[in-house]
Design a binder for this molecule. Structure first.
Ligand code: DAH
Length: 340
């Protein structure tokens, strides 16, 4: 009898199954209500006393072996099923992965950051909601200045103090100078807001990059050299001219034109037939601005500049309507896939 049980144990150990049904039949055969184990247990009372111990132990062995086998096979089959569920048919052809693209504004912004970081400029940021001090007063904008006009500025609150959406990233200059002592070399990209009618050329929300360099003995020649380097890097062209201009926060001030050329129809259109194109404003930081930010103008001097990212992106990619940047039409965005 014990030998018979041992044969069953061997059978149990050898058993394998490829379906849950086979496992279930196996379970019924050994562990079911009318199964082999039930029969042996019923036999127990007929076994002579001296053999009871060995008999009992062997049946228990068979029982454990059968139960372990059932559990082990069930688990194996279940995990196989799960794998199929997760991975499906591993030989099927792959599904195409859609490659995304950066927004052209981000592409140009990152290029500008890279160009300036190569000559030691860091990146700084400030809030889009500003107070009057950082957006206007500290920047030497007198109270009657037209830029403060309600028509240009989105005011959020006027009482007790004026809170507004910044109209330029020059506000970050002020914040940076308040928090850091020279030498300062920083650029500040960001979003700015102006209460302007939306058209193909202008929008009420756009992006700027501000630049600021403050140290001992910084001169206009340093500014010019930095601009030459920048335009060469970004546009591959370094013929520029500095046209005298006015900004309250710089003295002297200039607007930078780049010689774009007159080689194609489009060149004529974008440069209005002159070949020259304005790309940014700049100048030597006004001593009043330095004073407002607790930097001694007798010890330090510096230059600043500011440019619109949309304008530059429109030039580089020959985009004719500024509104395309904000519509997020996939047909437009798809065209920038190959650019990092
Ligand atoms: N803030 C000016 C604007 O929004 C741009 C600008 C001009 C920034 C001259 C400067 C600067 O830092 O020096 O039109």
């Amino acid at each position: 009898m014990v030998d018979k049980i041992k044969n069953y144990i061997a059978e149990v150990e050898k058993f394998t199954a490829s379906t849950q049904e086979e496992v279930e039949n196996f379970r019924i055969k050994f562990l079911g209500q009318k199964g082999i184990l039930k029969e042996f247990f019923a036999e127990f009372k007929n076994v002579p006393n001296e053999s009871k111990k060995e008999f009992g132990q062997t049946i228990n062995e068979l029982k454990t072996a059968a139960q372990d086998k059932v559990n082990e096979l069930r688990e194996a089959l279940e995990s196989k099923l799960e794998e199929n569920g997760v991975y499906g048919d591993l030989t099927r052809p792959g599904e195409p992965v859609e490659i995304g693209s950066r927004h052209p504004i981000s592409i140009v912004k990152n290029q500008i950051i890279e160009i300036f970081s190569n000559i030691g400029f860091n990146v700084s940021e400030g809030p889009e909601m500003e107070d009057d001090w950082h957006n206007f007063t500290a920047l030497n904008l007198p109270e009657y200045h037209p830029a403060r006009d309600m028509q240009d500025t989105f005011f959020i609150q006027t009482d007790p103090e004026e809170i507004l959406l910044r109209t330029h990233t020059s506000s970050v200059q002020v914040r940076y100078m308040e928090d850091n002592q020279p030498p300062i070399r920083t650029i500040s990209p960001g979003r700015v807001f102006r209460n302007e009618a939306i058209s193909a050329r202008s929008h009420c929300i756009f992006h700027q990059v501000e630049g600021l360099y403050i140290d001992k003995g910084v001169s206009f020649a340093d500014l010019k050299q930095t601009l030459l380097y920048f335009t060469k890097q970004l546009f591959g062209k370094s013929k520029i001219r500095l046209r005298p201009s006015y900004f309250p926060f710089t003295e002297p001030s200039a607007e930078v034109d780049i010689y774009w050329g007159l080689e194609t129809e489009t060149d004529y259109r974008i440069t209005k037939g002159t070949g020259w194109l304005e790309i940014m404003g700049c100048g030597m930081v006004d001593p009043n601005v330095l004073k407002n930010c607790n930097i001694d103008p007798n010890e330090y001097s510096g230059f600043a500049f500011g440019m619109g990212i949309e304008r530059i992106a429109m030039l580089l990619y020959q985009i004719s309507d500024i509104r395309m940047f904000y519509e997020n039409d996939v047909r437009f965005l798809n065209q920038f896939k190959s650019v990092l």
